[in-house]
Design a protein. Structure first.
Length: 252
């Protein structure tokens, strides 16, 4: 058993109840026990809510709902509001923890207890953060400096799985509501940078979680052509735009 009494598992969910079940079962199979589990639902269809409630016969968790879909910002906000423990492990429902995760969570929790300046520890990413200083047990300090080249340095915060202090809103504000997913994530990323957030990054960032989008329950996020296309001209324009916009938004 791996007991994390001071950590609440916060799971955001929307219309993927069997993915949620898979996540809860994975933590159960790994022997993880948390101070609480909060499932924050963003106005899923009735059949999904019914199925989630049936999961309470097997798993212990608190379900926080809303009568209609209100977007990522609201879903994280109301979920975080329900957390009572000093630490929050935030995971979206389409992730699956791997066998080594409990030990790395213990390490991350210990680091945050030792180092009061740390705001969060990242466990997953689509790419390696470009500026890292090795720390311990596979974790590295993320180092943001505005004069470092490239725009990927701005991707300091992500809503991918991470452990954070539950006073996150006091440090960085609440997630903006009523906006598209990409804009919500971007504004929180900028808030973390402007408020001098401090974080660790696990360098083997694809080994702790798998992101699984099955054909039965595919991703509910739809990215636009501008973000996804590999057209060389569009790609070059996208990189230039991000470089200019990120620097401008950070400095203003």
């Amino acid at each position: 058993m791996h007991s994390f009494d001071e950590i609440t598992l916060l799971v955001t969910h929307y219309n993927r109840s069997t993915s949620l079940e898979r996540l809860l079962k994975s933590f159960e199979d790994l022997g993880c026990r948390f101070g609480n589990i909060v499932v924050s639902d963003d106005g899923s269809k009735p059949e999904h809510i019914t199925y989630i409630n049936s999961l309470k016969n097997t798993y212990t968790f608190e379900l926080v709902t809303t009568p209609k879909n209100r977007g990522l910002g609201n879903n994280i906000n109301k979920g975080q509001d329900a957390v009572k423990t000093p630490y929050t492990l935030y995971v979206q429902e389409d992730f699956v923890p791997q066998a080594i995760f409990p030990d790395k969570l213990k390490s991350a929790f210990g680091f945050m207890q030792e180092r009061k300046e740390l705001d969060f520890v990242r466990f997953y990413a689509y790419f390696k953060y470009p500026y890292l200083k090795p720390y311990k047990d596979g974790f590295s300090d993320m180092e943001f400096k505005i004069l470092n080249p490239g725009y990927k340095k701005f991707y300091y915060y992500s809503d991918h799985p991470h452990l954070r202090r539950s006073n996150f809103f006091e440090r960085f504000g609440r997630y903006p509501e009523g906006l598209k997913v990409e804009v919500t994530e971007y504004q929180m990323m900028m808030s973390v940078l402007k408020n001098k957030g401090k974080a660790l990054f696990f360098e083997e960032y694809t080994t702790l979680f798998d992101q699984v989008n099955s054909s039965a329950e595919p991703s509910t996020v739809r990215r636009n052509y501008w973000r996804e296309t590999e057209n060389p001209l569009v790609t070059m324009s996208r990189h230039l735009y991000r470089h200019l916009k990120f620097n401008y938004d950070y400095l203003t």
